[in-house]
Design a protein around this ligand. Structure first.
Ligand code: F6P
Length: 470
């Protein structure tokens, strides 16, 4: 078996002696790297006015890391503009927020080319290459142009809209054709497979075969859903331990017997934070018995602060939290507690476990791992209730959550009211059903499934469109 070569936009090289990062892609890939070793290539996260075109190497816990810096102009055109102000809103169905700039789209492609040029000399003939996310869609095509013949897979972590939405991007046809350079294109859910196949058929005029593949000049590109999971058992253990910590107990004491609703995410307009605050206000307005009886804690980690729409969102959230507190607070009760920074994973795990409701209401989300972590963190004997947007990919495998439309403030408020009153027997039954699925389909299965399909052992024809649907 050849090496696994992972390429992602950001690469956090662990410090010497440090356990690799506890969250995100690092956890998802840990098993695969442990099985076969490999190389992780990408941007260092550093921006330099004129970044020298050099690749820095490091080896940590059996994995080789290779990172390059971005020049300021690349950071601006590739990352801030085309990735985060064009593709991000577009793929999340937010056409009103999408800004297009031809020069930035050219910088996006040029950075992908530079990634390919720097990666190519590091590759071996029998490597399997796995590219991650929308920042790097053209990377496979750029590698092929330079002669790479290895198997190359691409996983799209965010939603995939149908062609009617995608085609508003002037260079949408190029992006769709770029995907044909991959042997396998993976997305999160059945809904995304439908979007991808629609875009592929309409954007290229090619026929999607019944096995979900298209063929161009001898290459078959397969398309399928691989819903990402979490390290369920490990997160459940972490939450159990953290529930007893001083930090979690301080939170519990501060509630003085009130119920707790919790939300935690990056401060991003896809997460539906203003809508969520309005829903909480609707709960207090329509059901006065919850006034003084429930506290809503929202953790929002600052993100992409150089992009204008993110700055505006921050101001809006702060204003809304202030308005709700101004209207409903008492001298001894603050309805909304707003923490505008990231909290450590362990801290959140403890907080999730002692809260009564997990409120996860993105207006659109690829998967949403907070929803999965919230369920994993609960005490099975006395679990909290998940109120989940039907527009999160996670909803496809969580029918036992209270599924809501995040744009319907009163509908979300009704679900909150139902969650706060839900009898223990019903809470346990709903939790047990979701938890069993999270254990069965955890994150190690995700990377193994994708790689098996990429390396050809898994005929996609013989499996349901997603494991979640099985
Ligand atoms: O999940 C989508 C994603 O853009 C990842 O690719 C990325 O690592 C994460 O969100 C955080 O975004 P950023 O790297 O722009 O801070």
């Amino acid at each position: 078996m050849g090496r696994l070569v992972v390429v992602s936009n950001r690469v956090a090289v662990p410090r010497r002696g440090e356990v690799p990062s506890a969250g995100g892609l690092a956890v998802a890939l840990a098993d695969a790297f442990a099985r076969r070793g490999g190389l992780w290539f990408g941007w260092s996260g550093t921006v330099a006015p004129d970044a020298p075109d050099v690749v820095r190497r490091a080896r940590r816990s059996g994995v080789d890391y290779a990172v390059m810096d971005l020049a300021s102009s690349e950071y601006d055109g590739f990352y801030l503009r085309h990735s985060n102000a064009t593709l991000w809103p577009l793929f999340h169905f937010r056409l009103g927020l999408m800004q297009y700039d031809r020069a930035a789209s050219e910088t996006y492609r040029a950075v992908n080319r530079r990634f390919a040029e720097n990666l190519l000399p590091l590759l071996k003939r029998d490597d399997t290459i796995w590219v991650h996310d929308y920042q790097l869609i053209p990377l496979g095509a750029e590698l092929r142009r330079l002669g790479a013949r290895q198997r190359i897979g691409y996983f799209h972590h965010i939603p995939f809209p149908p062609w009617a939405v995608l085609s508003t991007l002037p260079c949408a046809g190029d992006l769709i054709r770029d995907l044909l350079s991959y042997d396998l294109v993976g997305v999160q859910t059945n809904r995304d497979v439908a979007g991808l196949q629609d875009a592929m058929a309409a954007g290229t005029g090619m026929r999607v075969r019944p096995d979900g593949s298209v063929r161009l000049r001898g290459r078959r590109t397969r398309m399928a859903a691989f819903p990402i999971g979490i390290a369920t058992a490990e997160f459940a253990d972490l939450a159990r331990e953290q529930a007893a910590s001083g930090e979690t107990q301080r939170l519990v004491t501060s509630l003085t017997g009130r119920s707790l609703i919790i939300g935690a995410e990056r401060l991003d307009y896809t997460k539906g934070l203003p809508e969520r605050m309005r829903a909480f206000a609707a709960l207090l307005k329509r059901w006065p018995e919850h006034r003084g009886a429930v506290t809503y804690l929202q953790v929002a980690a600052r993100s992409r602060e150089d992009v204008e729409s993110y700055k505006e969102l921050k101001r809006e959230i702060e204003r809304l939290a202030g308005t709700i507190n101004g209207e409903y607070a008492d001298a001894d009760w603050t309805p909304v507690r707003y923490v505008g920074r990231a909290l450590p994973r362990g801290t959140l795990a403890g907080y999730y476990r002692v809260s009564h409701v997990g409120l996860v209401t993105p207006v659109r989300d690829g998967m949403n791992l907070v929803a999965k972590e919230y369920v994993a963190a609960q005490d099975p004997e006395d679990p909290g209730v998940l109120v989940l947007s039907r527009f999160a990919g996670a909803a496809e495998s969580m029918p036992e959550a209270l599924l809501v439309n995040p744009l319907d403030a009163v509908g979300v408020a009704e679900a909150l009211d139902q969650a706060l009153r839900m009898p223990r027997g019903e809470r346990r039954a709903r939790h047990a059903a979701i938890f069993a699925r999270l254990i069965e389909r955890d994150v190690s299965g995700w990377s193994a499934d994708f790689l098996r399909a990429l390396e050809g052992d898994d005929p996609l024809e013989d499996r349901p469109a997603t494991r979640e649907a099985a």
